[in-house]
Design a binder for this molecule. Sequence first.
Ligand code: COA
Length: 180
Amino acid sequence: MSELGPVDWPPAPIKTERLVLREPEARDRTALIELFASPEVGTYIGGARSREELESAVPEEPKRRPGLFVVDLDGAMIGTVMLDSRDAESSVKVRPDAGEAELGYMFLPESWGHGYAAEACAAALEWFATALPGQRVVLCTQTANTPSMRLAQKLGFTELERFHQYNADQWLGVWSPTNP
Ligand SMILES: CC(C)(COP(=O)(O)OP(=O)(O)OC[C@H]1O[C@@H](n2cnc3c(N)ncnc32)[C@H](O)[C@@H]1OP(=O)(O)O)[C@@H](O)C(=O)NCCC(=O)NCCS
């Protein structure tokens, strides 16, 4: 994955009904480590990373990049939403072109089941549609990842194709600003 194309970054924090989407800050470090170390979060995305490795790898000031939002509920991070650019070396060799934006999301398990991911992703897509008008967004998820499949459909992604990779059935969807 590489950075998004030319966007004004960072935008002012994006406020939704219950959440704020903002850049990562030093105070998010513990929650970021939780996220990457969680076996539940890692189930369909390659597994959890070791806490020890994360403690040395995650800097005190978490890295920032265009398209990376921390999702904040009442002042604490509950997840991340990412819009990244699919690079030419992507191991996923499917229809979407290199350079196309791809949506990703990871939320702490205690925040699941409240509609927070849907609320945050919808706001991130709305930001994207203004920042890079007319561009579509793709999303890849394992078909076995039922909550993620449901979320993709709720957000308005439609199926482009299914394929088998990493020993799992994968679903590739597309969202376009004219048909959200
Ligand atoms: C994928 C993931 C973000 C989905 O989280 P989620 O909380 O299920 O997603 P949503 O925000 O859409 O919430 C939907 C649930 O909230 C419930 N909900 C409760 N209150 C709600 C409200 N006010 N508004 C909307 N939904 C609400 C819905 O009924 C639904 O419940 P259900 O799953 O029992 O049907 C989460 O499972 C996750 O982080 N997984 C690990 C990372 C991962 O696999 N990412 C995918 C990478 S491709």
